[in-house]
Design a binder for this molecule. Structure first.
Ligand code: 7RM
Length: 667
């Protein structure tokens, strides 16, 4: 029997299906929105959702065209809404606009001019509140700094910064001039940073001396020095003084932000840019060792991030909105910076760790600023659950009215805790499925319309046509697992992989002709609700961060002692998956204990600390097929169940597997 939980008093005991215009055939628990929430929602009831979805499905050009006209400010209107030459799409063809203008300038002629655009709290407790007018001044000044260094539309910048206000300011200044930015998460190593600078031929690196995390300085400038030494394209390094620690400044190349900024004009008109002008490149892990530079452009990205802010987060003028992600990931781009600011929201940014100085830091921040909408990851929720309810219970969280989740499937237990302990049983949870490549949220509930089922991203956004298919490309039907694909292009979709259009085509569009291959497995239930189960490729999801098995393997084999390596994700209660490495060594005498520690450190150095393996297992051989392919599937089984039950008919030497499985019982 299906379970019906709170907020359902208003729903007639019979006729639930009719009420929501859904069959409700599935057996999961259902949480309908409260009448109170529905009455104030931006999209009210299933009729509201259906009207939007059907309009987009039937007349996509009209649907997106009307929204673009109403929701975006243009310097010049487009000629037509979209052009689709698979796999290449163009949206709002021929239009001229500027993302920075849309995120700032257009609000200045409204009562938002002195509204807080950004509320920032540093880990040590320092704070800044930046109004839209103030943001305009700061962004114009820094854009003039970039201009004075000779940077212009079409150039590329690298942004390698802690979570401080200068980070969004730098992005908006780049966008103002048409400089394509690429944020490299501060947890990435000098090696990873260098690869990205070189792939983009970036002309400038914007960074800081360091940032604060768990009371310690995370140094950044040293890694920049190491990386830039081998990047002749970089002419300037601009450095924010955040921690004040000792750093080297190279004469002629390195400049302090505050020195260049001094006395700059606060007037810097936004450059009218083509709808398809490259806004940013963000690197993400694919199935090979080389990260992919995902390209997002201007108009379509701006429109769809703006709309999903309003549809999914039900954004209201008076809301204080907080997304706890780092701007180094796509979630921060779309839902800390561009979506919220374009929608005129107050967006909160916090520099540090959730457990600094104590496990209640986030709850303290929510209570202090009276946050209304909070968006975080299942990993973070699980880590905080472990610390106990006393931490959130010590704070007044009644300002919250809506919660969000992103990055990986949320397990029902974490969902229930988030709902009960953080949301006080009163806040809908929007479970948002999307990817770096999709640019904006594609499957998620509109919270005043769509009844929730814990663990499901529920229904697709308007304009999104998902399908679950089998190996032959046929739909699998309700309740069955398969590959998730998207059958229509959408405004905020990836345009290409930077410098590699062939890889773009083969990765995303070659498997099912004309459809986008997500790389995720999913199930669509009898009510049409989507349940995304996880990756079907060699991409791990560690704490909601994408990491390819091959990336870690290539890092390992760069170490002198390593002959061969195979990496798999091992289920982990907190982080979802943990990096587990099987390593064979070159001939020699090794202290396995010491070398294990060294290799974990090595991977952190080569990729970044978030990629540090949880486990290194030394083995004499790896399980391989006759054609020499490592059978990661078997290794996955070994780390998951410690035995191998699957098909091993293609395995060359069965004893390898028996030894590996037995090895676990020894340690
Ligand atoms: C936004 C982001 C994308 C991958 C994606 C999925 C997984 C993300 C959910 C999810 C289940 C969710 N971009 N994923 N959100 N799985 N439910 N709500 O995370 O490019 O870094 O990762 O993350 O596997 O393909 S990402």
């Amino acid at each position: 029997m299906r379970l019906l939980i709170p907020n359902r008093a208003h729903v007639p005991a019979t006729g639930l299906a009719k009420w929501y215009n859904l069959p409700f055939m599935s057996q999961e628990a259902i949480y309908p929105p409260s009448p109170e929430f529905v009455s104030k929602a931006n999209v009210q009831g299933m009729e509201g959702y259906r009207a939007l979805y059907d309009h987009a499905a039937e007349k996509p050009e009209e649907f997106w065209g009307e929204l673009a006209e109403k929701e975006i400010s243009w310097f010049e209107k487009w000629n037509h809404v979209f052009e689709w030459h698979p796999p290449f799409a163009k949206w709002f063809v021929g239009g001229k606009l500027n993302v920075s203008y849309n995120c700032i300038d257009r609000h200045l002629a409204t009562p938002r001019k002195n509204k807080a655009a950004i509320i920032w709290e540093g880990e040590p407790g320092d704070q800044r509140v930046i109004t839209y007018q103030e943001l305009h001044r700061l962004v114009c000044r820094f854009a003039n700094v970039l201009k004075s260094r000779g940077l212009k539309a079409g150039d590329r910048s690298i942004v390698y910064m802690p979570m401080i206000p200068e980070l969004p300011i730098a992005l908006l200044a780049c966008a103002r001039l048409g400089i394509t930015h690429s944020v490299v998460f501060g947890g990435f190593s000098a090696e990873a940073l260098k690869a990205r600078i070189q792939d983009l031929d970036a002309a400038v690196v914007i960074t800081a001396d360091g940032g604060w995390r768990r009371g310690k300085e995370v140094k950044l400038k040293g890694a920049v020095d190491e990386a830039v030494a081998e990047c002749p394209s970089v002419k300037d390094v601009i450095v924010v003084k955040r921690t004040g620690s000792e750093i080297k400044m190279q004469e002629g190349r390195d400049h302090w932000w505050h020195v260049l900024d001094e006395g700059m004009s606060e007037d810097c008109p936004a450059v009218p840019l083509d709808s398809e002008h490259p806004l940013y490149v963000l690197y993400t892990s694919g199935t090979t060792g080389k990260p992919k530079g995902i390209l997002h452009t201007t108009a379509g990205y701006l429109l769809q991030t703006t709309m999903t802010m309003k549809w999914v987060f039900d954004l209201k003028e008076e809301d204080t909105y907080w997304c706890s992600a780092d701007i180094g990931w796509v979630t921060g781009h779309s839902y800390i910076v561009y979506g919220p600011l374009s929608a005129g929201a107050t967006t909160l940014m916090y520099e540090g760790a959730p457990d600094s100085p104590n496990y209640d830091r986030w709850w303290r921040i929510i209570a202090k600023y009276r946050v209304n909408i909070f968006y975080t990851s299942p990993t973070a929720i699980r880590a905080l659950i472990r610390q106990g309810e006393q931490w959130p219970n010590g704070h007044d969280l009644t300002s919250l009215r809506l919660l969000g989740s992103v990055g990986e499937p949320i397990n029902p237990a974490a969902w229930e805790w988030y709902h009960r302990v953080i949301g006080g049983g009163r806040c809908p949870i929007v479970d948002t499925w999307w990817q770096t490549e999709t640019g904006s949220i594609l499957i998620a509930p509109m919270p005043g319309a769509v009844p929730l089922k814990p663990g499901s991203g529920t229904l697709p956004m308007p304009g999104i046509v998902p399908e679950v298919i089998d190996l032959h490309g046929n739909p699998v039907g309700p309740g069955k697992e398969g590959f998730l694909i998207l059958k229509r292009p959408w405004p905020s979709m990836i345009r290409t992989i930077w410098g590699d259009p062939d890889r773009y085509e083969s990765q995303y569009w070659a498997r099912v002709p004309g459809a986008y291959f997500t790389g995720d497995a999913a199930r669509c239930d009898a009510d049409g609700y989507y349940w995304v189960l996880g990756r079907v490729d060699d991409v791990m999801n560690v704490s909601g961060h994408r990491l390819s098995t091959m990336e870690v393997e290539s890092a390992l084999v760069r170490h002198d002692a390593v002959a061969e390596a195979a990496v798999v994700g091992k289920p982990d209660e907190i982080t979802g998956q943990a990096v587990c490495c099987f390593v064979t060594l070159k001939k020699g005498d090794y202290d396995h204990g010491k070398l294990g520690i060294e290799l974990r450190q090595w991977v952190a150095h080569e990729i970044g600390s978030f990629a540090r393996p949880a486990e290194i297992r030394f083995t004499d051989a790896l399980p391989k097929t006759r054609s020499g392919k490592i059978m990661r599937r078997l290794l996955r089984e070994i780390v998951t169940s410690h035995t191998v039950a699957g098909d091993v008919t293609t395995l060359e030497d069965m004893s390898v597997v028996t030894n590996l499985a037995a090895q676990h019982d020894d340690d």
